[in-house]
Ligand binder design. Structure first.
Ligand code: FRU
Length: 517
């Protein structure tokens, strides 16, 4: 790529996205969840309140529905449910971030909007390696081979851009946290996703950054600054000690209900056969923070979502004091969109977090209720076999099902169903195992078909809140004690909902349709 092209990268993205986003057919996207205007998005970034609006940025490849070419896309919301899209905010156009403007965060500082992010660039062993890298553009396997051979050395550094809610300028001091501010034995190629905040007591800025040691142990590092330009390394806030995965990405750190909470998305978790599943996942830790030593001590750890499609969440504190979490509703190795789609990227509903019984709970933001329409309820329904209920169908709804205690074996809800396809939310009472099964949902791509987790229930009494927004499915268990998120790309007109129990079960259901205002 020539220098001229680099200079125009942001402009190019801004004009491209406007045109490309017009070409998306109706009926593909969700209506009450964030969906990328065109191309690809992964992590939520820069979630912040600025100038009277909530701003959400996102990892963004405007040009294709695949990972690559990382920019920051940008949108705003007033109610966390519907989003107004703004021009892309950051492009990979500086020497320290020309291989990707990776994840980060945002805050308001004295009337300005401050974005802190990871810049990715490569060092090359020889000029020949650099030339070869230019030739293999887009060939991921070859790229990885060169990285393994030490011919390409990815470097990740932390940088800041400051703006007015629309346009952002990268600081001339960037990178403000270069790799030589890493502690000994850290991997300079995996050092990313700064989450910044201002401490109300000492008025300093702090940022947590994810990473790992060269021998693969996840660590969350803490940095501080008085002026956003000069940063100081404060220490390792938390070390994984090889318990949950390897590289700890996307940290977040905040006070909640008289505790401190650390979030991260470790890669390569080895599941425990109960509630931690294998592979990449997002975890929440509850504990205490000793500000004098900058150490976080864990008292509890759990997954933040137990479905197939959740990763890299980030939080903000809303104006009215709620800690709100939003996650990327997919994972990197799980490409699911139908082949004809030119977009791929959604976020979960923003969730209000709380600590209850020593655990993290999450429920959808209360603003969703503003979109309720056509309530329907059925009380004390007894099912043995399968039934459909009057007024309970569709692809845009929020319904709560209370199953009564009883000696039923299996209670299931099919959603997004038609004559052949269905997605099943299945509760096996004996084992207390809840699953989302999309084996027959009509996915064209190979992807995980079933996600399961053990849930709490007493003698089969369980509450399931099912939110369906076209292709986005979220199941909240027992008032947010657990959540499962999954994408279901069944055509929009598959709207049958069916309740099944192998032997007699009794339940009530209250459903609201969701309608845009
Ligand atoms: C998580 C992640 C981040 C990184 C970004 C790149 O999904 O890998 O660690 O900053 O995505 O797009």
């Amino acid at each position: 790529m020539t220098i001229e092209n680099k200079e125009n990268l942001l402009e190019k993205a801004r004009s491209y996205e406007v045109e490309a986003s017009k070409n998306i057919p109706d009926g593909q996207k969700p209506k009450f969840h964030f969906a990328v205007p065109t191309g690809w998005s992964n992590d939520p970034n820069g979630l912040s309140y600025y100038n009277g609006k909530y701003h959400l940025f996102y990892q963004y490849n405007p040009y294709a529905p695949t990972f690559g070419n990382m920019h920051w896309g940008h949108c705003t919301t007033s109610d966390f449910i519907t989003w107004d899209f703004l021009p892309a905010a950051l492009a990979p156009d500086a020497p320290y971030d020309n291989n990707g403007v990776f994840s980060g965060s945002g805050i308001e500082v004295d009337g300005k909007h401050v974005l802190m992010y990871t810049g990715v660039h490569f060092l090359f062993k020889t000029p020949e390696d650099e030339a070869e890298h230019a030739k293999i553009a887009g060939q991921f396997e070859k790229f990885i081979e060169m990285v393994r051979a030490g011919r390409i050395m990815p470097r990740q550094v932390q940088s800041i851009a400051i703006g007015d809610g629309l346009n952002y300028e990268k600081l001339p001091e960037n990178p403000i946290i270069p790799t030589d501010m890493l502690p000994e034995n850290s991997d300079p190629g995996n050092f990313r996703d700064p989450k910044i905040w201002r401490d109300e007591e000492d008025n300093r800025f702090y940022a947590v950054v994810g990473g790992h040691s060269i021998d693969d142990d996840g660590q969350i590092l803490l940095y501080s600054s008085d002026d956003l330009r000069q940063w100081r390394y404060e220490g390792i806030l938390y070390k994984n000690n090889r318990e949950y995965g390897t590289m700890w990405e996307c940290p977040d750190f905040f006070a909640l209900d008289n505790k401190h909470v650390l979030l991260s998305s470790p890669m390569g978790i080895k599941g425990d056969g109960r509630t931690f599943s294998d592979g990449s996942g997002s975890v929440g830790l509850i504990g205490t923070y000793d500000k004098a030593t900058h150490k976080f001590t864990r008292e509890h750890i759990q997954m933040l979502d137990y479905g197939m499609d959740f990763y890299a969440p980030q939080t903000l504190l809303s104006v009215d004091g709620r800690r709100i979490l939003i996650g990327w509703m997919e994972k990197i190795n799980s490409r699911q969109i139908p082949a004809s789609y030119t977009w791929n990227g959604m976020m979960t509903l923003p969730r209000e977090m709380r600590i209850e019984n020593g655990k993290l709970y999450a429920e959808p933001v209360r603003e969703l209720k503003e979109y309720y329409t056509d309530p329907v309820s059925h009380e004390n329904i007894t099912v043995e076999g399968s039934i459909e209920l009057k007024g309970i169908q569709g692809r845009y709804l929020d319904m709560t099902i209370d199953v009564e205690a009883g000696d039923y074996r299996e209670f299931a809800i099919d959603v997004a169903a038609d004559g052949t396809r269905k997605t099943t939310i299945r509760y096996e009472a004996g084992e207390s195992l809840l699953s989302i099964d999309r084996t027959h949902s009509g996915h064209e791509q190979d992807c995980d078909k079933i996600a399961s987790t053990y849930v709490a229930s007493q003698d089969g009494k369980i509450q399931l809140r099912v939110i369906l927004d076209n292709c986005a499915l979220e199941v909240y268990v027992n008032r947010g004690e657990q959540v499962m998120s999954a994408l279901v790309f069944t055509p929009e007109d598959a709207g049958i909902i069916r309740f099944t129990s192998t032997n007699k079960a009794t339940f009530s259901v209250k459903k609201y349709g969701l309608r845009l205002k």
